[in-house]
Design a protein around this ligand. Sequence first.
Ligand SMILES: Nc1ncnc2c1ncn2[C@@H]1O[C@H](COP(=O)(O)OP(=O)(O)O)[C@@H](O)[C@H]1O
Ligand SMILES: [Mg+2]
Length: 205
Amino acid sequence: MNTLATPLLEVRDLVKHFPIRQGLLGKVVGRVHAVDGISLSVGNSETLGLVGESGCGKSTAGRAISRLVEPTSGSVRLNGQRIDNISEDAMREVRRSLQVIFQDPYSSLDPRMSAGDIVSEPLRNYGLAKGSELRDCVADLFKRVGLRHEQMARNPHEFSGGQRQRIGIARALALRPKLIICDEPVSALDVSVQAQVINLLIAWP
Ligand SMILES: Nc1ncnc2c1ncn2[C@@H]1O[C@H](COP(=O)(O)OP(=O)(O)O)[C@@H](O)[C@H]1O
Ligand SMILES: [Mg+2]
């Protein structure tokens, strides 16, 4: 196999059905066909957009690709490696190179943590940096996304929606992922802030 031609992401016939349950016993009475056999591929440095009406399965596709929900069937390969059927332990390694940015910048940030801790958590979890190196790294990420480093001590509720989305982006970028799945990353933001956030993502790294 020519590895140069291996796409960064390759999705084949991905299916995600949700059971519809009813009654006290939760009997399955039907299935929501949220994603019904999609195939796509994304190369290095490429951007791919999924477009469609509300409820057509865009978010579920992103969640199934990143294993936030278990796919019903189909295959997902990252750099040629199957990630749809590997263990949670193996998936943990994969998450270093596959990060997700959500639409709602508030519910995806832990309200009890400071912004600095939120951004540094992935680096600490993977043991990639500590001490002054970690602080410098987080300060650099804050700068890149247009936040001031004295804001590191603040909690998510002290930030505006746009700033919170920047925290989410800084956190997603911290591990220098190869693939970022964005689920409507700017639709909750003011139009003026939308452009800034998109520019930030385009300019990365
Ligand atoms: N956890 C879930 N349980 C049951 N049905 C779900 C779940 N998540 C999404 N769905 C359903 O799957 C379909 C696709 O939803 P979604 O992927 O959120 O669409 P989109 O992001 O394109 O608006 C919808 O009908 C939605 O109600
Ligand atoms: Mg959606």
